[in-house]
Design a protein around this ligand. Structure first.
Ligand code: IPE
Ligand code: IPE
Ligand code: MG
Length: 252
């Protein structure tokens, strides 16, 4: 049951979402509002990551996925890009031991080949060290793009099945970079923009969306609870009718 796609299994929405995916947006505006450089917002954003990881562990969330750097973010000024990379390295160096002690498995997904070899090594070491942990799987999407993910999965699927032309959705999904996780139940975007910005395009086919004006550095446990409460009031029908869902509930 654990790895079935959420488009096939109707989860009990009264429960805490198993998988929350977040676009952490608004760091720059948080800083600008305070007459600070954008980098100050990114630094504060790292603290918010720590807070939300802890909050998810406390609430029993099983998978937390954070969009840290998109394939489009290379378009930013070079100094902001290199600073974001430096922050990533520092966070890995400082936080991995703590993640490990707390039973958190770390995964980093995206096209990592464009990163500095030292950063790639740090990522691999962190993933290896925490691979056996089961309390929460924390995925950081770095140089990630939903279209990139689908394309790399298509390439792998075709290579694995030479001469085949007829493929199923499940065959493709098995090659997506987050094939180890169920699809997100809840998607949160902070910072007021209401768009997907090339995040988990395939995986969010039936995810519930939640948007907040709050900038990412201000997003805390109470804000997370508001997002979860909103989720718990949704009826996830996956194409079915309300009546069918009630019948299904009675039968189970
Ligand atoms: C999100 O905050 C962090 C990254 C994209 C790395 P932004 O840097 O996009 O902040 P705003 O949207 O400019 O406020
Ligand atoms: C999306 O944020 C990516 C991350 C949070 C890493 P952006 O701030 O880059 O998105 P757009 O460009 O405003 O859509
Ligand atoms: Mg932004």
């Amino acid at each position: 049951m654990t790895h079935l796609s959420s488009t096939k299994v109707v989860p009990a929405v009264s429960a805490v979402p198993r998988h929350i995916a977040i676009i952490m947006d608004g760091n720059g505006r948080w800083a600008t509002k305070r007459y600070m450089p954008r980098v100050a917002g990114h630094k504060k954003g790292v603290e918010a990551v720590r807070t939300i990881v802890e909050a998810c562990v406390e609430r029993g969330v099983e998978y937390l996925t954070l969009f840290a750097f998109s394939s489009e973010n290379w378009r930013r000024p070079a100094d902001e890009v290199s600073l974001l990379m430096r922050l990533f390295v520092i966070a890995l160096e400082r936080e991995v031991a703590k993640l490990h002690i707390n039973g958190i498995r770390l995964k980093v997904v995206g096209d990592l080949s464009r990163f500095d070899p030292k950063l790639q090594e740090l990522i691999q070491a962190a993933e290896r060290r925490t691979a056996g942990n089961t309390r929460l799987t924390l995925t950081i999407c770095a140089n990630y793009g939903g279209r990139w993910d689908i394309m790399q999965a298509v390439r792998k699927m075709v290579t694995a099945n030479p001469g085949t032309a007829d493929f199923s959705e499940d065959q493709l999904a098995a090659h997506l970079s987050m094939a180890y996780a169920p699809e997100p139940d809840l998607f949160v975007r902070t910072g007021g923009e209401e768009r997907v910005s090339n995040f988990l395009l395939w995986q969010m086919a039936y995810t519930e969306f939640y948007f907040t004006e709050t900038y990412w550095p201000d997003f805390d446990g109470a804000e997370l609870d508001r997002a979860i409460a909103s989720y718990q009031h949704r009826e996830r029908r996956f194409g079915r009718t309300s009546e069918q869902l009630i019948e299904q509930k009675k039968a189970s």
